[in-house]
Design a protein around this ligand. Structure first.
Ligand SMILES: [Zn+2]
Length: 167
């Protein structure tokens, strides 16, 4: 797994092509190219697509981003979901915490803070690519079959970590 890809930066606030602010858009398209994240408004994306680059859209490095309406910040900071999200961001990429990452991702998906965008197979490992709806950040998390997940001990560990963040 490419470490750079794991640290995919936030969505930029404006289109890379026409520099129009992306906040008024319903969605934008993002592409990982030359080691950078590039975000395009839907119009510019269509222009790019009419170029000879069409084959790029079938790579795992292109995805559609829905631009969420801003969630009230104070609500978010106070909530258990926000803590869970902060903790998940901390541990993304830690190989020994894959089960925790996956459990947290399922929880946050239920709470509609993140959304599953696609599955990516890299070196015969399946990863789920989640988007943080508020910021457009991408989280790449190894997928764990539910049958292999010892959810009780994982949840205990998560609860412990989150209560630590309380104090
Ligand atoms: Zn544009």
């Amino acid at each position: 797994m490419n470490a750079v890809f794991l640290e995919l930066p936030r969505r930029s606030l404006s289109c890379r092509e026409c520099t129009k602010a992306l906040t008024g858009e319903q969605y934008c398209m993002s592409r990982y190219e030359d080691g950078q994240r590039c975000d395009y408004c839907s119009e510019c994306w269509q222009k790019t697509q009419s170029n000879a680059e069409v084959e790029k859209k079938t790579t795992p490095y292109t995805w559609k981003v829905r631009i969420a309406k801003k969630i009230k910040e104070q609500n978010l900071h106070a909530s258990k979901e926000a803590k869970a999200l902060a903790y998940l961001k901390d541990i993304v990429g830690c190989h020994d915490k894959a089960a925790e990452q996956f459990c947290l991702a399922l929880f946050l998906m239920r709470k509609k803070l993140i959304q599953l965008r696609k599955e990516i197979d890299i070196d015969s490992i399946t990863y789920n690519q989640f988007e943080v709806l508020e910021t457009g950040e991408m989280l790449i998390i190894p997928k764990i079959p539910l049958s292999k997940l010892d959810s009780h001990s994982v949840q205990t560990e998560i609860a412990m970590q989150l209560s630590k963040a309380d104090s």
